[in-house]
Ligand binder design. Structure first.
Ligand code: CA
Length: 723
């Protein structure tokens, strides 16, 4: 019977594949729209990107294309999953790894009959999953003589320039595909034009003698907006390093540069490569060193801008040449007609606007993502859709192109109707995009989220509870926050409503946005200790996850713990004062997935209630996210979800009632097989619902006797589950 099914499948696939286009996703890192001539901008004539422009001319160019979180890893995770960062779990580049066990579009395309491959920059820490072939740069990778991690874990160094080599490997893979009857999806992911902007040697002198145009906001003083803008560390004037960014040798001789970061790419060069590099940059460097002592701050900023922008645009010249080379190969090989080609980049970038380099902020330059798509015979060439699209849309789009079903939990929308519909915006299309940056140590940009519609942008800064509102029509450079301007009060209200609506739609609230407490030293210390403990507890059969009530198994509840759970090698992941968002952060960033317990006991949420009386639905979203994370990490582990213990003396206390309300909703999360609800709250109360003070002396935490009660109830439940 099984053989018969395989035979039918084998017959069905080639027929199906005739309808399924190949997908070539050419993806760069930090390529801003204003550096692609098809999008116009100040480099249109001086540094054209003729091959990307050709794609735009033969396909569609999306001018309202946005990321959801303007940093490298998170944007990539959103592309793979079709979900915003807080749902796919990859919030920032500082912490953790992408959970490759979760649903991604390459895995679904494999099931739909596609051969899948990824070559180049990956940057999601864990190894790629869902690809029949991959070859990736380690972390950020190198421009010069780059290393590639192979599927067997070994590393291979290739001499040459990274953009050329990734393209070589792309073409090689296309030539040598194993099964040419299968459609393919190939993700060619370039390092360029990411910092530190080292060009190919053939482009070292490109743009020499040319003064690159400056943006009008190069000397933005960041006034008329919130103070957080002045606290970032990503200015051209003050935050470029002597070696890494400016290609100067030795130690800084001028305090207006950052020291410390050497030019690591130079260190990778062979002697011959170093000679070529020094011949190109040496004379200009010497001129600068001579002029520095008397150079004004503004003149030095201008010099840094020129050095930066020329190198950035030089790396893009190599990208564009290689796009051309790839398109040529598609023509030669006959693949062009059956292959959708997409050019995109993980987010935008500041090319001196607001005085900045880098990304992160929700301002236009880094919020926007290039998106150019050529689909022969389907897309009407030269069309420029108005629709607002986002990185979460790629996964559902690729699935629809392949004729595969789009899972309901993907948050993006397929843009295929736009591609097929001559660029017309579908009636049910979104009218705004949601954005969320969770903060990183790098560059000190305050965490914020917000919404943008076709005219206005609202940003929210939760740490200072501040808002910024911009009128993109009257103030396209975003120089003036009009949130408190009375003439914008109606707009502000409208945008706040939109913000609340989108947060609800995307299930984004404080309870399910991962958050750490590393600034509290005891918490940080516990974090280190607990991760070490996991390392030494591989055979743990049971893991406890929660807040202080779980943590206190270590003292108040110790005798019950020793009797019931220590023999099972139990691990205690309770942290006093934690709310759902902290537990989620710990699950997403720690090493707990090294364990494979039979049971996890979860008790979390009472601090969501106690600290700020959050609505029950929000706390529930946090608990749901916790379960979701665990379902990827431990698919076979049974979950005992504890009803949140009662708090406050009397049953009509608002905090007690809020916990009751959450407990009622917890029932919706239970499925009989994996997730089991355990409610022992009645044991802690008298008949009329008042708390028994001998069990909860401070009306929140348990006494030793109460831990005995909980341990007994858990032991019965474990028995019931056959464990
Ligand atoms: Ca990036």
């Amino acid at each position: 019977m099984k053989r018969l099914a395989t035979a039918i499948l084998a017959i069905a696939l080639p027929a199906l594949s005739a309808e399924q286009p190949n997908i070539l996703f050419i993806f760069t890192d930090d390529h801003a729209l204003q550096a692609i001539s098809a999008y116009g901008g100040r480099f249109e004539k001086i540094a054209p990107t003729k091959n990307i422009d050709r794609l735009a001319k033969e396909g569609m160019i999306f001018r309202n294309s946005f990321c959801g979180n303007s940093i490298c890893g998170p944007s990539r995770a959103s592309i793979l999953t079709g979900k915003h960062s807080h749902v796919n779990g990859f919030m920032d580049n500082d912490s953790g790894l992408f959970d490759g066990g979760q649903q991604t579009f390459p895995k679904l395309l494999q099931k739909a009959g596609y051969e899948t491959a990824l070559i180049g920059k990956w940057h999601l820490v864990s190894n790629p999953t869902g690809f029949d072939h991959w070859e990736i740069l380690p972390s950020q990778g190198s421009y010069v003589n780059p290393d590639f991690i192979q599927m067997d874990g070994s590393k291979k160094r290739v001499e040459g320039y990274v953009t050329d080599i990734i393209t070589d490997k792309t073409i090689e893979w296309l030539k040598n595909r194993k099964d040419k009857t299968k459609p393919f999806v190939l993700m060619t992911q370039q390092k360029a034009p990411h910092r530190s902007w080292v060009p190919a040697p053939r482009h070292y002198k490109l743009f020499d003698g040319i003064d690159m145009p400056e943006p009008p906001t190069l000397f933005d003083d960041h006034s008329h907006r919130i103070e957080a803008l002045k606290k970032q560390e990503m200015t051209i004037a003050k935050h470029f390093s002597w070696g890494l960014d400016m290609f100067l040798h030795g130690k800084p001789t001028d305090p207006r540069f950052i020291g410390g970061l050497a030019n690591g790419e130079y260190a990778r060069m062979t002697n011959a490569q170093k000679t070529e590099f020094d011949a190109a940059y040496g004379p200009e460097n010497e001129k600068l060193l001579a002029a520095l002592p008397t150079m004004t701050d503004d003149d030095l900023t201008r010099w840094k801008y020129q050095r930066y922008i020329k190198n950035y645009l030089r790396t893009i010249r190599a990208v564009d040449e290689n796009v051309g080379r790839t398109l040529e190969y598609l023509e030669e090989s006959g693949l062009a007609k059956s292959t959708v080609v997409i050019y995109s980049s993980d987010q935008g970038f500041y090319l001196g606007e607001h005085g900045w380099y880098d990304k992160r902020w929700m301002f236009e330059e880094s919020l926007k993502m290039p998106c150019v798509i050529r689909w022969p015979g389907v897309i009407k060439p030269g069309v420029e859709p108005e629709a607002m699209i986002q990185n979460i849309d790629y996964a559902p789009t690729f699935l629809e192109m392949a004729g595969a079903a789009i899972p309901a939990d993907m948050q993006g929308k397929s843009i295929v109707p736009i591609l097929k519909g001559e660029g017309k915006t579908p009636d049910d299309w979104r009218n705004a995009v949601f954005y969320q940056y969770s903060g990183e140590n790098t560059h000190h940009v305050a965490r914020h989220d917000g919404v943008r519609d076709s005219r206005h942008k609202l940003m929210h800064f939760p740490d200072t509870k501040e808002w910024m509102l911009f009128d993109l029509e009257k103030d396209p450079q975003e120089m003036k926050n009009v949130f408190a301007d009375p003439t914008y009060s109606a707009v502000a209200e409208k945008m706040k409503t939109l913000y609340a609506d989108l947060k609800k739609q995307y299930a984004a609230n404080d309870s399910n946005l991962p958050m750490h407490r590393l600034k509290e030293s005891w918490w940080k210390d516990r974090w280190v200790v607990k991760n070490k403990e996991v390392h030494n507890s591989k055979d743990a059969k049971i893991v406890f996850l929660g807040d202080s009530i779980t943590q206190a198994w270590e003292d108040t509840g110790k005798s019950a713990w020793d009797k019931h759970f220590a023999p099972l090698g139990a691990v205690n992941w309770g942290y006093s004062g934690d709310r759902t968002e902290h537990l989620i952060w710990r699950l997403q960033n720690g090493n707990i997935q090294r364990l494979n317990p039979k049971v996890a006991v979860i008790l979390i949420g009472t601090n969501n209630t106690g600290h700020s009386q959050r609505p029950a639905a929000e706390t529930l979203a946090g608990i749901r996210q916790t379960l979701n994370d665990l379902s990827w990490k431990w698919p076979d582990t049974k979950i005992i979800l504890m009803s949140i213990f009662p708090r406050a003396e009397k049953a009509d206390d608002p905090l007690r009632q809020l916990n009751d309300e959450i407990n009622e909703q917890l029932k919706t999360l239970v499925n009989g097989k994996r997730i089991h609800l355990l409610d022992i709250n009645a044991k802690f109360m008298n008949d009329e619902g008042t708390l028994r003070k001998e069990l909860l002396p401070d009306l929140l935490h348990l006494s030793p006797a109460a831990y005995d009660i909980w341990a007994d109830a858990l032991s019965s439940k474990l028995n019931e589950l056959g464990l």
